[in-house]
Design a protein around this ligand. Structure first.
Ligand code: SAM
Length: 278
């Protein structure tokens, strides 16, 4: 058998019924919509979990996953999220944020920003750099960074990245905000403590109602995550984000996301930037 045939034979062990169970579980509890085209992805990601947990069939593994509260639940969720990100991704958003922060009507009050799908941290650290460059360290800007995936949150908290991840950044920014590793850490950078100090990391599931925030935000970055949600989940998240923003606050979304069907909540302000209505 060629490698391809071996893989196809193994993949067939994820039966249509197993795949449907995975789809239902992750949709019900994380809002993530897995179309049939993701079957190979699901197979390869969950195969690793099967190996690690010692199950010999997807059916047995899924019986063990059960639902939230089971020991395997978080690893199941972590395995199914897609975490692609980078520093200053979709760079056109950052000058818009900088202007917004500089022109706020009440500059005496510290600005608060929520990074709602922070992944491995490159996005919230880019927001923190932008805020420090725009307002300086005394402004007291606070950034709340969250994700549903606990593995990426651990990486984000650590704040250590391969040197290549920051190579395209301006040399001055690199010097001001990152420490270069030496000896055993050669080839890596660590975010400087002054930068990390702006950010609080926590686990938040966007599709569940109990967000832990008391104060409304000036800005929400929620980029490249709602593409995984269906229209109903997206609409519910937008309603809650509307409430979580101050009047006049900005919502930044990913390049392929548009919410023109909820003009009652958000009006388009610029390229994939929305302003809270009302
Ligand atoms: C493709 S990454 C986007 C990262 C970053 N926002 C960016 O644009 O570079 C999507 C992130 O959304 C997270 N995610 C998926 N479903 C979520 C949910 N229901 N609640 C919170 N985060 C979720 C994933 O764990 C992943 O880290």
């Amino acid at each position: 058998m060629t490698d391809d045939t071996t893989f196809a034979a193994a993949e067939s062990r994820l039966t249509p019924a197993d795949f449907e169970r995975v789809r239902a579980l992750i949709h019900q509890h994380a809002g993530i919509n897995l179309p049939p085209s993701k079957r190979t992805m699901v197979f390869s990601r969950l195969s690793r979990r099967l190996r690690d947990t010692g199950h010999d069939s997807f059916e047995a593994y899924l019986n063990g996953v059960g639902g939230p509260g089971s020991g395997e639940w978080q690893s199941f969720v972590n395995a199914l999220t897609t975490n692609l990100t980078s520093f200053f991704r979709e760079a056109y958003h950052f000058p818009v944020l900088e202007q917004f922060l500089k022109n706020r009507a009440d500059p005496g009050r510290p600005a608060s920003i929520w990074c709602a799908a922070a992944s491995t941290g490159e996005e919230p650290y880019s927001l923190a750099i932008t805020a420090l460059e725009a307002l300086g360290p005394r402004a007291g800007t606070r950034i709340f960074a969250s994700d549903i995936d606990t593995n990426v949150l651990a990486t984000a908290r650590r704040g250590v990245y391969p040197l290549a991840a920051v190579e395209s950044l301006d040399a001055g920014l690199r010097q001001r905000y990152f420490l270069r590793g030496v000896r055993d850490n050669a080839g890596f950078v660590r975010v400087r403590p002054e930068l990390a100090a702006l950010i609080t990391f926590s686990q938040v599931n966007l599709s569940s109602g109990d967000w832990p925030f008391r104060e409304p935000f000036d800005v929400i970055f929620c980029r490249n995550v709602m593409i995984y949600f269906d229209a109903q989940v997206k609409s519910a998240v937008l309603e809650r984000m509307h409430r979580a923003l101050r009047p006049g606050g900005l919502l930044f979304v990913g390049h392929s996301e548009n919410f023109t069907d909820r003009r009652d909540l958000f009006q388009l302000e610029g390229k994939t930037v929305y302003r809270r209505v009302g």
